[in-house]
Design a protein around this ligand. Structure first.
Ligand SMILES: [Zn+2]
Length: 94
């Protein structure tokens, strides 16, 4: 019975996650402009994280907490994730 409930909740949650993800995206890329790129991590690191390369956990933590305060990095990260998805699609098609 507990399991059934959980499954139902999971289904509901994944829809919520998508909405929340979209909200979060918009919020992140608009709410914290940082035109001078103060405290921004190296863009190569951002790219490595998006491409699931090996990055030290402390670095990931540092970058993700920075992203919540910096729209520029949030936007860059979304671009890299998109790039990674495109990359995966091309390689999968082989
Ligand atoms: Zn930044």
């Amino acid at each position: 019975m507990r399991r059934g409930l959980l499954m139902k909740d999971d289904q509901y949650c994944s829809e919520q996650d998508e909405l929340f993800g979209e909200y979060l995206r918009r919020h992140l890329v608009q709410s914290h402009p940082n035109p001078d790129r103060i405290g921004c991590p190296d863009s190569r690191i951002m790219r490595d994280i998006a491409f699931r390369r090996q990055v030290a956990p402390e670095t990931i933590k540092m970058v993700s907490s920075h992203m919540f305060k910096c729209s520029e990095c949030a936007r860059d990260a979304l671009d890299y994730v998109k790039e990674y998805e495109d990359f995966m699609q091309t390689t999968e098609g082989k």
